[in-house]
Design a protein around this ligand. Sequence first.
Ligand SMILES: [Zn+2]
Length: 264
Amino acid sequence: MTTPPVQPPVPQNPYAQPVPPQYTPHAAAHAGAPAYPQQYGQQQYAPPAPQPAPPMGYGPSCRLCGSVPAVEATIRGHQGFIVVMRFLKLRGPFCRRCGIAAHRDMTAKSMWQGWWGIGSMIINPITMLINLGQRSKINRLPEPIPGGPGTPMDPGKPIFRRPATLMLLVPVAAFALFATMIVVGAQSDPQYASVGECVHNSGSYSSPNMTVTDCSSSDADYEIVGKLDDTTDDSGCKAFARSTVSYYEEYGSSKYVLCLASKS
Ligand SMILES: [Zn+2]
Protein backbone atom coordinates (compact mmCIF):
# COMPACT_ATOMS: atom_id res chain seq x y z
CA MET A 1 0.00 0.00 0.00
CA THR A 2 1.46 3.34 -1.02
CA THR A 3 0.78 6.77 0.31
CA PRO A 4 -0.40 9.22 -2.36
CA PRO A 5 1.98 12.22 -2.73
CA VAL A 6 0.90 15.40 -0.96
CA GLN A 7 -0.87 17.73 -3.37
CA PRO A 8 0.85 21.12 -3.78
CA PRO A 9 -1.41 23.98 -2.64
CA VAL A 10 -3.46 25.44 -5.39
CA PRO A 11 -2.31 29.03 -6.06
CA GLN A 12 -5.10 31.45 -5.27
CA ASN A 13 -5.84 34.54 -7.26
CA PRO A 14 -5.33 37.52 -4.87
CA TYR A 15 -7.70 39.62 -6.98
CA ALA A 16 -10.53 37.17 -6.86
CA GLN A 17 -13.78 38.30 -5.28
CA PRO A 18 -14.24 36.91 -1.77
CA VAL A 19 -16.55 34.00 -1.73
CA PRO A 20 -19.53 34.68 0.55
CA PRO A 21 -19.44 32.42 3.57
CA GLN A 22 -21.51 29.38 3.30
CA TYR A 23 -23.79 28.75 6.23
CA THR A 24 -23.43 25.07 6.46
CA PRO A 25 -24.29 23.41 9.78
CA HIS A 26 -20.53 22.94 10.32
CA ALA A 27 -19.80 26.65 9.88
CA ALA A 28 -22.69 27.58 12.15
CA ALA A 29 -21.16 25.54 14.92
CA HIS A 30 -18.07 27.75 14.76
CA ALA A 31 -19.90 31.00 14.28
CA GLY A 32 -19.25 32.04 17.88
CA ALA A 33 -15.47 31.57 17.65
CA PRO A 34 -13.41 34.70 16.93
CA ALA A 35 -12.75 34.71 13.21
CA TYR A 36 -9.53 36.75 13.22
CA PRO A 37 -7.69 36.32 16.51
CA GLN A 38 -4.58 38.02 15.09
CA GLN A 39 -6.61 41.18 14.68
CA TYR A 40 -6.52 41.55 18.47
CA GLY A 41 -2.86 40.64 18.78
CA GLN A 42 -1.43 37.23 19.20
CA GLN A 43 -2.74 36.70 22.71
CA GLN A 44 -4.31 33.35 22.78
CA TYR A 45 -5.34 31.97 26.12
CA ALA A 46 -4.10 28.49 26.65
CA PRO A 47 -6.97 26.15 27.35
CA PRO A 48 -7.00 24.86 30.96
CA ALA A 49 -4.84 21.80 31.44
CA PRO A 50 -7.00 18.73 31.16
CA GLN A 51 -7.84 17.42 34.64
CA PRO A 52 -7.31 13.73 35.13
CA ALA A 53 -10.79 12.40 34.78
CA PRO A 54 -11.77 10.33 37.81
CA PRO A 55 -13.17 6.95 36.99
CA MET A 56 -16.88 7.14 36.57
CA GLY A 57 -19.14 6.28 39.46
CA TYR A 58 -16.78 7.18 42.35
CA GLY A 59 -17.86 10.75 43.05
CA PRO A 60 -15.26 13.40 43.96
CA SER A 61 -11.54 12.72 43.80
CA CYS A 62 -9.02 13.58 46.53
CA ARG A 63 -7.91 17.23 46.42
CA LEU A 64 -4.39 16.25 47.50
CA CYS A 65 -3.64 13.21 45.34
CA GLY A 66 -6.55 12.83 42.92
CA SER A 67 -7.40 9.32 44.06
CA VAL A 68 -10.88 7.94 44.45
CA PRO A 69 -12.99 7.33 46.37
CA ALA A 70 -12.94 10.58 48.32
CA VAL A 71 -15.35 12.38 50.61
CA GLU A 72 -16.10 16.06 51.26
CA ALA A 73 -14.66 16.95 54.68
CA THR A 74 -13.05 19.95 56.41
CA ILE A 75 -10.23 19.45 58.89
CA ARG A 76 -9.64 22.27 61.40
CA GLY A 77 -6.73 23.26 63.57
CA HIS A 78 -6.28 25.84 66.28
CA GLN A 79 -3.39 27.96 67.53
CA GLY A 80 -3.64 30.17 70.59
CA PHE A 81 -0.95 32.65 71.61
CA ILE A 82 -2.23 34.44 74.75
CA VAL A 83 -4.00 37.24 72.84
CA VAL A 84 -3.84 36.05 69.23
CA MET A 85 -5.83 33.06 68.05
CA ARG A 86 -5.47 31.42 64.67
CA PHE A 87 -7.96 29.13 63.04
CA LEU A 88 -6.74 26.71 60.39
CA LYS A 89 -8.99 24.99 57.93
CA LEU A 90 -8.18 22.46 55.22
CA ARG A 91 -11.00 21.60 52.85
CA GLY A 92 -11.37 18.28 51.04
CA PRO A 93 -12.42 16.19 49.29
CA PHE A 94 -9.99 13.72 50.80
CA CYS A 95 -9.26 10.12 50.02
CA ARG A 96 -8.96 7.88 53.05
CA ARG A 97 -5.16 8.07 53.35
CA CYS A 98 -4.83 11.84 52.75
CA GLY A 99 -7.78 12.55 55.04
CA ILE A 100 -6.32 10.55 57.91
CA ALA A 101 -2.89 12.16 57.33
CA ALA A 102 -4.39 15.67 57.35
CA HIS A 103 -6.46 14.98 60.46
CA ARG A 104 -3.53 13.49 62.37
CA ASP A 105 -1.18 16.34 61.42
CA MET A 106 -3.67 19.08 62.26
CA THR A 107 -4.64 17.48 65.56
CA ALA A 108 -1.05 16.82 66.61
CA LYS A 109 -0.18 20.49 65.95
CA SER A 110 -3.27 21.72 67.81
CA MET A 111 -2.27 19.48 70.73
CA TRP A 112 0.71 21.71 71.48
CA GLN A 113 -0.22 25.00 69.79
CA GLY A 114 -3.87 25.12 70.73
CA TRP A 115 -3.87 25.76 74.48
CA TRP A 116 -2.03 29.04 74.96
CA GLY A 117 -4.82 31.39 75.89
CA ILE A 118 -8.01 31.52 77.94
CA GLY A 119 -10.25 31.42 74.84
CA SER A 120 -8.09 28.75 73.23
CA MET A 121 -8.53 26.47 76.23
CA ILE A 122 -12.21 26.36 75.31
CA ILE A 123 -11.96 26.56 71.51
CA ASN A 124 -9.31 23.86 71.08
CA PRO A 125 -11.35 20.97 72.49
CA ILE A 126 -14.36 22.14 70.45
CA THR A 127 -12.19 22.15 67.30
CA MET A 128 -11.07 18.60 68.07
CA LEU A 129 -14.65 17.47 68.59
CA ILE A 130 -15.70 18.94 65.22
CA ASN A 131 -12.75 17.15 63.61
CA LEU A 132 -13.88 13.83 65.08
CA GLY A 133 -17.11 14.08 63.11
CA GLN A 134 -15.21 14.84 59.90
CA ARG A 135 -12.73 12.06 60.62
CA SER A 136 -15.50 9.49 60.99
CA LYS A 137 -16.65 10.32 57.44
CA ILE A 138 -13.11 9.71 56.20
CA ASN A 139 -12.82 6.50 58.21
CA ARG A 140 -15.82 5.06 56.38
CA LEU A 141 -13.98 5.31 53.03
CA PRO A 142 -12.25 2.24 51.61
CA GLU A 143 -8.55 2.43 50.69
CA PRO A 144 -7.93 4.57 47.56
CA ILE A 145 -7.93 2.66 44.30
CA PRO A 146 -4.32 2.32 43.03
CA GLY A 147 -3.37 4.11 39.83
CA GLY A 148 -4.63 7.57 40.72
CA PRO A 149 -2.84 10.65 39.34
CA GLY A 150 -0.90 11.19 42.59
CA THR A 151 0.32 9.10 45.48
CA PRO A 152 -1.93 9.19 48.53
CA MET A 153 -0.24 10.60 51.64
CA ASP A 154 1.20 8.40 54.34
CA PRO A 155 -1.24 8.62 57.27
CA GLY A 156 1.70 8.34 59.68
CA LYS A 157 1.52 7.40 63.33
CA PRO A 158 -1.78 7.51 65.20
CA ILE A 159 -2.27 10.76 67.13
CA PHE A 160 -1.83 9.15 70.53
CA ARG A 161 1.55 7.78 69.56
CA ARG A 162 2.94 11.21 68.62
CA PRO A 163 5.00 13.25 71.12
CA ALA A 164 2.80 16.31 70.55
CA THR A 165 0.02 14.44 72.31
CA LEU A 166 1.92 14.90 75.57
CA MET A 167 0.91 18.55 75.36
CA LEU A 168 -2.63 17.41 75.97
CA LEU A 169 -1.39 17.19 79.55
CA VAL A 170 -1.05 20.99 79.64
CA PRO A 171 -4.72 21.71 80.40
CA VAL A 172 -4.84 18.68 82.69
CA ALA A 173 -1.76 19.96 84.56
CA ALA A 174 -3.18 23.49 84.69
CA PHE A 175 -6.37 22.18 86.23
CA ALA A 176 -4.44 20.02 88.71
CA LEU A 177 -2.32 23.01 89.72
CA PHE A 178 -5.41 25.16 90.15
CA ALA A 179 -7.10 22.49 92.28
CA THR A 180 -3.94 22.03 94.36
CA MET A 181 -3.73 25.76 95.00
CA ILE A 182 -7.30 25.79 96.26
CA VAL A 183 -6.74 22.80 98.55
CA VAL A 184 -3.41 24.12 99.86
CA GLY A 185 -4.96 27.56 100.25
CA ALA A 186 -7.80 26.05 102.26
CA GLN A 187 -5.35 24.11 104.39
CA SER A 188 -3.33 27.20 105.27
CA ASP A 189 -6.33 29.51 105.70
CA PRO A 190 -6.96 30.01 109.44
CA GLN A 191 -10.67 30.17 108.67
CA TYR A 192 -10.60 26.39 108.34
CA ALA A 193 -8.31 25.85 111.33
CA SER A 194 -9.52 24.30 114.53
CA VAL A 195 -8.56 24.42 118.20
CA GLY A 196 -5.20 22.78 118.88
CA GLU A 197 -3.66 23.87 115.55
CA CYS A 198 -1.04 26.59 115.30
CA VAL A 199 -0.69 29.71 113.17
CA HIS A 200 2.21 31.72 111.88
CA ASN A 201 1.97 35.49 111.51
CA SER A 202 4.03 36.59 108.51
CA GLY A 203 2.65 40.12 108.88
CA SER A 204 2.72 42.41 111.90
CA TYR A 205 0.38 43.18 114.82
CA SER A 206 -1.24 46.01 112.94
CA SER A 207 -1.58 44.10 109.67
CA PRO A 208 -1.43 40.40 110.46
CA ASN A 209 -1.21 37.67 107.83
CA MET A 210 -2.02 34.39 109.51
CA THR A 211 -1.36 31.00 107.98
CA VAL A 212 -1.86 27.62 109.57
CA THR A 213 1.44 25.99 110.46
CA ASP A 214 2.48 22.72 112.02
CA CYS A 215 2.78 23.22 115.81
CA SER A 216 6.22 21.59 115.88
CA SER A 217 7.52 24.08 113.31
CA SER A 218 9.72 26.96 114.46
CA ASP A 219 7.37 29.20 112.43
CA ALA A 220 4.45 28.45 114.75
CA ASP A 221 3.79 31.71 116.63
CA TYR A 222 0.46 30.94 118.30
CA GLU A 223 -1.63 27.99 119.28
CA ILE A 224 -5.37 28.25 118.73
CA VAL A 225 -6.97 27.72 122.12
CA GLY A 226 -10.45 28.88 121.19
CA LYS A 227 -12.49 29.72 118.11
CA LEU A 228 -15.66 31.86 118.01
CA ASP A 229 -17.78 31.58 114.86
CA ASP A 230 -20.06 34.23 113.31
CA THR A 231 -18.66 37.08 115.36
CA THR A 232 -15.84 39.59 115.40
CA ASP A 233 -16.27 40.25 119.12
CA ASP A 234 -13.17 38.88 120.85
CA SER A 235 -14.50 39.34 124.39
CA GLY A 236 -15.49 35.68 124.28
CA CYS A 237 -11.76 34.81 124.36
CA LYS A 238 -11.73 35.63 128.09
CA ALA A 239 -13.33 32.21 128.53
CA PHE A 240 -10.05 30.64 127.40
CA ALA A 241 -7.56 31.14 130.21
CA ARG A 242 -4.44 30.65 128.07
CA SER A 243 -5.57 33.13 125.40
CA THR A 244 -3.44 36.26 125.37
CA VAL A 245 -3.95 37.38 121.78
CA SER A 246 -7.02 37.40 119.58
CA TYR A 247 -7.33 37.55 115.84
CA TYR A 248 -10.51 38.05 113.89
CA GLU A 249 -11.40 37.99 110.25
CA GLU A 250 -14.47 39.18 108.40
CA TYR A 251 -14.84 37.98 104.87
CA GLY A 252 -18.16 38.84 103.31
CA SER A 253 -20.78 37.28 105.52
CA SER A 254 -18.33 34.87 107.13
CA LYS A 255 -16.57 36.02 110.30
CA TYR A 256 -14.74 34.36 113.15
CA VAL A 257 -12.39 35.02 116.06
CA LEU A 258 -9.32 32.99 116.97
CA CYS A 259 -8.27 33.08 120.62
CA LEU A 260 -4.54 32.52 120.60
CA ALA A 261 -1.86 31.53 123.10
CA SER A 262 1.67 32.70 122.39
CA LYS A 263 4.03 29.83 121.63
CA SER A 264 7.24 31.56 122.66
ZN1 LIG B 1 -5.51 11.50 48.60
